[in-house]
Write a protein that binds this ligand. Structure first.
Ligand code: FAD
Length: 305
């Protein structure tokens, strides 16, 4: 089911069908407060009242026109201004292929640099990690960006065999790291095919980050997962080595495990919610379905009333 949904996420025909169907749009609204940035900002304000912080991401990927990449960049500049105007505790997360990576690393780096510069000292600009063919280019651009500025963070994926080595080479840069399990369809030659191995690797990598933190490495550790069993194991492991709650944070997606997001904030951890918005939600939504195929039944329920 997961493979089928991830394959479907690449289908243009399905995308055109789905975005026209009211029942699909209704189902999507569970994970997305709305298509506009105003919807996202309003949702962040409400979350902030409950002690949750936000990260905004404007949906879209694999842009093939420089003018479009420029428009996305300008959109993020505007979002950063609005975050500041509204006094929100929020950051942004970008996909490099949305900033023009397929058109060339230099163009993409220039766009990324504009966003990082606008964010200034007001929080981190997160870089999403996309499918495995982009990992080398993403790491390279991250290293360049981090050498130029401290307010840039990177997502790494626990399902990739290579991530442990990548993390070791990133730690000396004093990075901000968001650890996720990984959302794309990857071959067994690059990624653990079994979920239990991905979960175990996530725990190992998170422990590696927490240990680095304990040793005084200046690393921002964002554990991005909805896996409550893993979250409990990680908080226990951190407590057992004497790491305080403010040494690391949790990040989750809007609409998933809301009770856990609130519990973490209430009990003293930094709890961050990634809010996605925009009209280009199809591939992103299919990846959410693939993470939990039970969500497909939710779509069906919407269809049949
Ligand atoms: C803040 C954030 C940023 C991310 N950025 C990236 C990125 O840049 N690159 C990337 O490849 N991936 C990214 N992801 C997605 C990530 O890789 C996983 O696909 C996703 O988080 C699901 O894995 P999990 O850790 O929650 O564990 P899972 O084992 O998949 O899920 C644990 C439990 O959480 C709940 N859950 C998880 N997903 C869903 C869902 N879609 N609907 C309903 N319930 C669900 C279920 O109860 C499930 O049993 C990001 C995730 C987060 C939270």
């Amino acid at each position: 089911m997961r493979s089928l949904l991830l394959a479907g996420s690449q289908s243009r025909w399905l995308r055109e069908q789905a975005t026209r169907r009211r029942f699909v749009r209704r189902a999507v609204s569970r994970f997305m407060p709305g298509e506009t940035v105003d919807d996202a900002l309003a949702a962040a304000r409400t979350l902030q009242e409950s002690g949750l912080q936000a990260v905004f991401t404007h949906l879209g990927e694999n842009i093939s026109d420089p003018a479009e990449a420029d428009a996305v960049t300008r959109h993020y500049l505007d979002v950063l201004d609005r975050i500041r105007m509204m006094n929100l505790s929020a950051e942004v997360s970008v996909k490099l292929t949305q900033l023009g990576l397929d058109l060339g690393a230099e163009l993409c780096y220039a766009n990324l640099g504009r966003i990082i510069e606008r964010a200034g000292g007001h929080g981190v600009v997160w870089i999403d990690m996309e499918a495995s063919p982009y990992v080398d280019a993403t790491l390279e651009l991250y290293r360049r960006a981090r050498a130029a500025s401290s307010n840039v963070g990177l997502c790494v994926q626990a399902y990739l065999y290579r991530t442990q080595n990548d993390l070791e080479s990133l730690l000396p840069l004093q990075p901000a790291i968001r650890l996720v399990k990984g959302a794309y369809k990857e071959p067994a030659s690059v990624a653990f095919p079994h979920k239990r191995d991905v979960d175990e690797n996530y725990f190992r990598l998170a422990a590696q980050l927490l240990a680095a933190k304990l040793q005084g490495t200046n690393v921002r550790v964002a554990l991005a997962t909805h896996d409550t069993v893993l979250i409990r194991r990680l908080t226990e492991a951190a407590a057992s080595i004497g790491l305080p709650k403010d040494a690391y944070e949790f990040q989750m997606l809007y609409g998933i495990q809301r009770a856990e997001q609130l519990r973490l904030a209430k009990e003293g951890w930094s709890s961050v919610v990634l809010i996605a918005y925009g009209t280009y939600w199809f591939a992103w939504y299919m990846r959410r379905l693939a993470e939990r195929p039970a969500n497909v039944f939710f779509v069906m329920r919407n269809l049949f009333g």
